[in-house]
Structures are given as C-alpha cells and as structure tokens.
Design a protein around this ligand. Structure first.
Ligand code: FAD
Length: 440
C-alpha cells in the first residue's frame, strides 16, 4: 500500500480527473484483494477498481479519499489446458499477454482491440469489451467460461468452471461481465481459446454512400460466411486525417465518402484470397463499391490496420474531444449518421466530426473535437437525442462509467434501470465498490 500516488493512477484515457485518492493498493492475489475489500467494507470506505486504465468512460478514475485497488501485479497466466483450449489467468494480465500465451500454446484468443498492450483481461470482462473480431467471435462475454470475483464484503466468489454448458441455475459470471466493477472485483478468469485461423487477407474498399456500407456487409456475410473476420468502416475524412497523422498512404479513391477495411481468414493453413477476390468482384458488379485495394503482403495488411487504429493520434490531435460508441440496428445507421453529422456541423462548424467503427456488430464510433469544456454536454445531448427511441445503446463496448451516466436513461427503460439498482443494492448495499459508476 502507498499514499504517495503517481499521477498515472489518477485518470484513464477519457482524461477525466476527480481528485486524489487516499491509498493505492497493488495486490498480487485474490486473498489480498479480499482482505483490502473486507477492511474497506467494515470502515465504510469507497473503492475504485483499476485495470489497465485504457477505459474511455472514466470508470476507473478515483475521487478524493478513495482506496484504489489496481490489478496490474495480478498478471499470471496460471494454466493452459491444451486439450480443450482453455486458459486460466489472473485478471490483471494484459490482453496482449493473453493473446501471445495462447499463440505460444498453438491456440488463438480472439478478443482484440487497439489498447491490447495496456488493457487487462479483467478490465475487458468488466466492460464486456468488443473490438475488431466481434463479427466472428463475439464480445468478451463469449470468451469467458468462468471467473472468480471478490464481492463488496470481501467474500471470494469462485466460479472457475470451464464447462461450455451449465444449466444448474443462474450463471454468476453474467453478473460481473459488463458490470464495470459495480458488483465485484474480477480476480481470475477462465478463457475460451479458439483454433488459430489461417493467414489474413485484407482489402480496403471505397463506397459511394452509407446504404452501400450496410449492403456490402450483407453481401460479404452471404459470400464469405464465417471467413469474414472484420468489417471496419471509416468516413473519408477519418481516412484522410488518419493517413496524415500515421504517415500511411490512403490506398483508395480519396473522393469516395466512405471506406471499409475488410479482413477474411479461413482455417489454419487455408488461404482465402480467391474467395475474397470473388466476393469483391461481386460487390463491384452490384455497384456496392467504387474502388478497392487488396493487400498483397503482410505489411499491406498492417498498413490498412494502422489507418483504422490511429485513434490515439486522432484523440491527441483533436483534443479536447467528445467520444461516442453508439450501437444501432444496421438499417438505422445511414440515417443516424446523416442526422448527427448535420446537427454537429451546423452547431460546431469548426470542429472535426469523424465517423468510424466496427459496423459489422452495429457499433458506430464518433470522435468530435476540439470542444470547449462547457460545450461537451451539449455535444453529448445532441448526439444521444438522435439515438433515443430507436432501441439503440449509448455504449456498444466502452461502458457507461461516469461520463455516460447522465444519458443512460436515453436508451434504457425504467424497468431495466430498476433491475440494475436492485442488483447493486443486493450485492453492495454500502456502495463500497466503484460507487457512482453507471447509476447514482
Ligand atoms: P480500466 O480502464 O482500468 O477500467 C474500466 C472499467 O472496468 C472501470 O470501471 C474499472 O473500475 C473496471 N475494472 C477494471 N478492471 C476490473 C476488474 N478486474 N474487476 C472489476 N472491474 C474492473 N474498447 C472496446 O471494447 N473495443 C475497442 O475496440 C476499443 N478500442 C480502444 C482503443 C484505444 C486506443 C483505447 C485507448 C481504448 C479502447 N477501448 C476499446 C476501450 C478500453 O480499452 C476497454 O474498455 C478496455 O476493456 C478497458 O480495460 P482496462 O483494463 O484498461 O480497464
């Protein structure tokens, strides 16, 4: 434990700050976490839980006087069951560490996102992280078979099952995945590994309009099936800025309003170049795409992904930004983008409004900035107002934390909110764990 707390523990990638915590703990085992939590529970102290601090919703940001529990020392890969393709890991291991350990054992861990080098699998589970392979493998929820969590009174709830099916009552893991540390501290995970896929083939296609973006996805799903691994969409302005900040050349027609990065992979040892080529030719014939560049080497594939993943550079360049990760039915997305772009351009003509995202799983990101601090709430309201009433979500993957809390009721109905409150009250009546996140 230390009271001399470095600045890096005071904020996450959202840039939010709330004050100076009283203590920082970096435990190495679940038993140590449990002892700290039990003490805090007895004394009525408030805990902020920290993973890799790459969150964009401010959930891991401590307030004045908080006790911080940071899991970075709990980073052991405890077991890889090579027969079943299962990994048991401490929650503080980074996503990249888990991916490499799986690869070294001849398996593949499919959850992947730009922050892989710093974010932790516990944080990924707490936020139900999505990322770039959701289209093929689902979110973090689909890759967790079991977990261990420390409850608000210090009880260690062990549910480290590695069974794919278990209908003997409610499955406790679903209480903690996506609960953003409000119901328990995840200390250990049982992860489902996948057989390694074959070599990556990738293309960037230019599209004439947003409707074509949605129709191309349907076409690729129908022609490539399970080979379609990623479908990442980017506005022309996003590609232009990303190219200039990353030094990567835009390989397609810069006049086209939208571009998508397509990745396809077969099973191990199988290349799917021909299948992707055929699917793209079909898309040309159907006038869904107007230009296309297919990667001819691994370095091309990496450059394509650099264009899509230059978010840290964009966030730094446009700061202070307001960031969105909305979710919406595919058929509603073109209209939503048009309305949001119009309203933001008319209200904030000097700011950049960049649309991109994992469109294959209904997830649309928007980075807009720079914005003066006093305008940020207005920006949020303008965007979320367009989302309201369409059965969408204000967060498809980043979580609610503090930053999106004022808007939760715009896409969650009163019965859902009441259920969340009942669960919090039942599991943490003294508001020990991550108080004030998600709900007041
Ligand atoms: P933190 O930021 O430390 O915490 C996030 C929340 O989880 C907080 O509320 C915290 O209290 C809680 N928490 C953390 N660890 C635990 C635990 N062990 N038990 C209980 N609660 C815990 N997200 C996506 O989903 N998809 C993306 O594609 C994506 N891309 C990103 C790209 C960049 C460049 C950046 C900076 C972020 C991106 N994110 C993305 C957001 C972020 O990386 C994810 O939300 C990630 O899952 C957070 O993990 P973390 O360990 O950093 O958690």
């Amino acid at each position: 434990m230390t009271n001399d707390i470095e600045d890096r523990f005071l904020t996450d990638w959202s840039g939010l700050t709330r004050g100076r915590p009283a203590e920082l703990h970096r435990p190495a085992t679940a038993a140590e976490v449990a002892a700290i939590v039990a003490d805090c529970h007895r004394q009525g102290r408030k805990i902020t839980i920290q993973g890799g601090l790459t969150g964009l919703a401010g959930g891991a940001v401590p307030a004045d006087g908080d006790v911080v529990i940071n899991l970075e020392r709990m980073n052991q890969i405890e077991e890889i069951d090579d027969l079943e393709g299962v990994m048991v890991v401490q929650a503080g291991a980074t996503l990249e560490q888990v991916q490499s350990a799986a690869a070294d054992a001849g398996w593949f861990f499919p959850v992947d996102l730009g922050a892989r080098g710093s974010c932790q699998v516990g944080g990924n589970a707490a936020t139900n992280a999505g990322g770039e392979r959701v289209l093929r493998y689902g979110t973090m929820r689909d890759s967790v078979l079991g977990l261990e969590a420390v409850l608000a009174d210090g009880t260690v709830l062990e549910s480290l099952t590695r069974l794919v099916k278990n209908s003997a009552g409610l499955d406790p893991r679903f209480l903690f995945i996506g609960s953003e540390g409000t119901l328990g501290i995840i200390t250990r995970l049982v992860l489902k590994l996948q057989p390694p896929p074959g070599p990556t083939v990738a293309a960037i296609a230019a599209l004439p309009d947003m409707v074509a973006v949605a129709k191309l996805l349907r076409h690729l799903k129908q022609t490539l099936g399970g080979m379609l691994h990623a479908y990442e969409f980017m506005s022309q302005r996003f590609v232009e800025m990303s190219a200039s900040l990353s030094g990567v050349r835009n390989p397609v027609d810069p006049q086209s309003p939208w571009a998508v990065l397509i990745e396809a992979r077969g099973v191990q040892g199988q290349t799917v170049d021909e299948q992707l080529q055929a699917a793209l030719e079909g898309a040309f014939e159907a006038e869904l795409i107007s230009d296309c560049a297919v990667a001819s080497s691994l370095s091309d594939v990496e450059s394509f992904w650099r264009l899509r993943q230059s978010i840290p550079e964009l966030l730094t360049h446009l700061k202070p930004t307001v960031n969105f990760d909305c979710g919406l039915a595919l058929k509603q997305i073109p209209d939503f983008v048009e309305r949001v772009e119009a309203v933001l351009k008319s209200r904030f003509p000097n700011a950049e409004h960049l649309f991109f995202g994992h469109l294959g799983d209904n997830n649309l990101h928007l980075v807009t900035g720079p914005h003066a601090e006093q305008d940020k709430h207005t920006v949020d309201e303008l965007v979320y107002r367009e989302l309201q009433g369409h059965h969408g979500t204000i967060s498809a993957e980043h979580g609610v934390g503090f930053i999106k809390k004022p808007f939760l009721e715009m896409t969650r109905n009163p019965a859902q909110i009441a259920l969340l409150r009942t669960l919090k009250q039942a599991l943490d009546p003294k508001q020990t764990l991550n108080p004030g996140r998600v709900l007041d």
